[in-house]
Design a protein around this ligand. Structure first.
Ligand code: GGG
Length: 364
């Protein structure tokens, strides 16, 4: 039986996860047979289990075929030490399972082309992927400290580190992904000011020469890339970049699609050569949105579409993933809008109504 561990987390995480559970049950009624377990992560795990992720939850994650993750964080946890922050639970999962390849598709559904921050003609038909390296870079490099300098001053240090193998494997993931699409990879870094940028470009070039020359590879400085992303986003197919640039570029890309509430993601590990399996975690790109938590108005689409990515990447249920995507597109075409994607004057629906409509369109 395929198994999923549901880690809803904080803020709107439990609301969008509950919506997604309804979608999972829809597929189970038709024989998919997903076995579900749940656990705590983030601030709710700190409150109830004394750590942002417990060893017991990590063991459940190890046993599951894939993890569905909601969102973590909240202002009430701001005073906690770095290792006790809700985000530390998510970073631990990524590192523990070596989920280095974070696929973040930014698709502008036709019905939402006027909800984007940009003109309709710039975003209509947009379908790009930001491939974010997820287990290295400044998120994990050592030293990572805040030091007392003894003169009333402090010094904060974050360290950006990349080894050849880390760049090579995310480069291969980018080229493999591009081959399933429009065969074009744009690598973004800051080699003009960062040594990691120099190595990033060098390794991308070498990996490209190692059997991927059928894929077009070009390079941009990440700042220029950010500008191009809002100027002419349809020039891109797969953008590959480091952990921090990937986080920022995908939030920019979210605005092209209408809202951060529209972006799903898949975080994948390497394929195990003996089992053929790969570790995977699926989560919306958005965070816990404490300002709207508990109001029943969160957009569930990014979380539901993240489950769609699980159907595709972890369970080979490509037809089901396509049906789910079509149901989302149809629901948007019918005019349903949660508050984040509603135009001024539009009547917005809540999380439950949006989910009802998606399920209704899946039935058909
Ligand atoms: N669903 C995503 C989420 O909860 N993000 C909060 C977070 O911990 N973000 C860290 C990052 O990915 O940079």
């Amino acid at each position: 039986m395929p198994s999923l561990l549901l880690l809803a987390g904080d803020g709107i995480g439990p609301e969008v996860m509950a919506a997604t559970e309804r979608v999972i049950h829809f597929f189970n009624k038709r024989g998919a047979g997903f076995e579900l377990q749940s656990g705590l992560v983030g601030g709710t795990a700190v409150d109830n289990e004394g750590a942002p992720i417990s060893e017991a939850t990590l063991a459940k994650a190890m046993a599951a075929d894939a993890i569905l993750f909601g969102a973590v964080g909240g202002p009430q946890y701001d005073g906690l030490s770095y290792d006790m922050r809700p985000e530390a639970g998510l970073l631990r999962l990524r590192k523990h399972f070596d989920l280095f390849a974070n696929i973040r598709p930014a698709i502008c559904y036709p019905a939402l082309a006027d909800s984007s921050s940009l003109k309709r003609e710039v975003v209509e038909g947009l379908d790009i992927i930001i491939l974010r390296e997820l287990t290295g870079g400044v998120y994990f490099g050592e030293p990572k400290t805040i030091e007392e300098l003894g003169n009333g001053q402090k010094r904060a240090i974050d360290t950006q580190v990349y080894d050849t193998y880390e760049i090579d494997r995310i480069g291969r993931a980018a080229f493999d992904l591009a081959r399933t699409r429009r065969n074009h990879v744009t690598s973004m870094e800051k080699r003009n000011v960062m040594k990691t940028g120099v190595l990033w470009r060098e390794v991308m070039e070498e990996t490209h020469k190692d059997g991927y020359e059928d894929v077009t590879l070009d390079h941009m400085l990440a700042d220029a890339g950010a500008m191009q992303l809002v100027r002419n986003p349809k020039q891109f197919d797969v953008i590959v970049c480091d952990n921090l640039f990937g986080d920022m570029l995908s939030d920019i890309a979210a605005q092209l699609t209408g809202s951060l509430g529209m972006l799903p993601s898949a975080s994948l590990g390497a394929v195990d050569s003996t089992t053929g399996r790969r570790r995977a975690l699926y989560e919306p790109v958005h965070g816990s949105a404490p300002d709207i938590a508990g109001k029943g108005i969160a957009n569930p689409i990014a979380m539901i579409a993240s489950f769609g990515m699980a159907l595709q990447y972890s369970f080979g249920m490509v037809a089901e993933a396509k049906a789910l995507d079509a149901a989302i597109a149809e629901t948007l075409a019918e005019g349903l809008r949660t508050a984040d994607i509603a135009a001024p004057g539009d009547e917005a629906v809540g999380t439950t109504e949006m989910t009802d409509a998606i399920l209704g369109n899946l039935e058909m």
